[in-house]
Design a protein around this ligand. Structure first.
Ligand SMILES: *[C@@H]1O[C@H](CO)[C@@H](O)[C@H](O)[C@H]1NC(C)=O
Ligand SMILES: *[C@@H]1O[C@H](CO)[C@@H](O)[C@H](O)[C@H]1NC(C)=O
Ligand SMILES: *[C@@H]1O[C@H](CO)[C@@H](O)[C@H](O)[C@H]1NC(C)=O
Length: 184
């Protein structure tokens, strides 16, 4: 008897926890009004000068390393803001790599973490990955996951260049993130 009793207590406890967990999930799902949520961010990307936020780190020997040369790899650390204004308060950084993945230079593969440091999302990240057709203004990539507030995130993100200044090489890129229902 002695070994069976603790086992059955554990079993009932597990069952109760299972039932409570299931009820919580169901009430969360049914209380949601819409199946999607949208977040908009702006990245500030500077290619040249002392305050550059994107740089070539490696490429093919004997070739000019650029966004148009297959095999060139860039490292990025762009400030993230909630408006296109470059002086707007930063809510995080977009950190990762961009690699020129198509032989004709048309596609880059982006692997990017949005690392938030504002009060609302502090410590949380959104993970972006995918092919970017860099010669088009509308570029759709996937949101593969997230951490913290964005655990189990799933969705897609649209990149659109809203401005580019050739003299300063500053580009402002709008990210429209759409996440499926149970993510936030
Ligand atoms: C949410 O998704 C369910 C199942 O796919 C669908 O039946 C429902 O119409 C959707 N609700 C909204 C508000 O889009
Ligand atoms: C680089 O950043 C520093 C500090 O924010 C600023 O004072 C300087 O003007 C910037 N330089 C350029 C070329 O943008
Ligand atoms: C974000 O979290 C870090 C580490 O916990 C903390 O040092 C920082 O003050 C927090 N920032 C904000 C804006 O809450």
């Amino acid at each position: 008897m002695a070994p069976i009793k603790p086992f059955s207590i554990t079993t009932s406890l597990l069952m109760m926890i299972f039932i409570i967990t299931t009820m919580t999930v169901i009430s969360q799902t049914s209380s949601k009004q819409s199946n999607q949520s949208t977040l908009v961010f702006y990245l500030h990307d500077v290619a040249n000068g002392p305050n550059a936020t994107v740089a070539q780190i490696i490429g093919i020997n004997g070739k000019v390393w650029s966004y148009h040369t297959w095999g060139t790899l860039f490292m990025v650390d762009d400030p993230i803001t909630l408006t296109p204004d470059q002086y707007a308060v930063q809510v995080g950084r977009a950190q990762g790599t961009i690699s020129v993945a198509s032989l004709d230079g048309s596609n880059v593969i982006i692997v990017l973490s949005l690392v938030f440091n504002n009060v609302q999302y502090n410590g949380s990240t959104l993970e972006i990955q995918g092919a970017s057709r860099q010669r088009e203004n509308y570029r759709e990539l996937t949101v593969v996951s997230g951490t913290g507030r964005f655990r189990f995130a799933k969705g897609y993100v649209v990149f659109e260049t809203v401005s580019y200044e050739p003299t300063t090489t500053r580009a402002v890129i709008r990210l429209t993130v759409t996440l499926s229902q149970n993510n936030i």
